[in-house]
Design a protein around this ligand. Structure first.
Ligand code: CA2
Length: 150
């Protein structure tokens, strides 16, 4: 069974505590539970992580590159949070490892402030999803399953 690695960046541990009009009422634990259900449906093991530290996210992408090389990884779903809009380090890590990666955002970043409308992740992602609320996590797992047969 291959693993879907879901990585969450800064402040996503605060989900459900503020800004429900933007991100919904759900906590990150709720998101993990729905991701677990989607992974069970699609035959993946789930590895679900969150970090507020850019370097830790970079290290996890390197780890994903090694797992992809050994054939144990289905791919990565990354909500890089605000690092999406700032991190050349994450861009370089994704490009350098060549991992299959879906960029995910809970909100529609294109309907928000101008600074959220540029992503350093999109050019090195296989696909980009945003604006589906936390349901996007389940949809991204389904998309990862679809990509396996390609
Ligand atoms: O829409 C998304 O998923 C984002 O990646 C969320 C990031 C934001 O910086 C991106 O532009 C879009 C922010 C996550 C922080 O979420 C919070 C939730 C509740 C309270 C405080 C922060």
């Amino acid at each position: 069974m291959k693993t879907a690695l879901i990585l969450n960046g800064p402040n996503l541990n605060l989900l459900g505590t503020r800004e429900p009009q933007v991100y919904g009422p759900y906590t990150l634990a709720d998101v993990q539970a729905l991701s677990q259900q989607a992974c069970a449906t699609h035959g993946f093991a789930l590895d679900f992580r969150q970090s507020n530290h850019e370097g830790e996210l970079v290290d996890w992408i390197h780890e994903a590159g090694r797992s992809q090389a050994t054939g144990t990884l289905a791919g990565v779903i990354l909500n890089a949070g605000a690092y999406t809009h700032t991190s050349i380090a994450l861009h370089d890590a994704i490009k350098g490892t060549g991992i299959t990666l879906i960029e995910l955002h809970i909100s529609n970043v294109f309907a928000r402030e101008a600074f959220r409308q540029h992503s350093y992740i999109s050019p090195v992602a296989k696909a980009v999803m945003c604006g589906f609320g936390v349901a996007g996590y389940g949809l991204a797992v389904a998309a990862l399953a679809e990509m396996q047969s390609k």
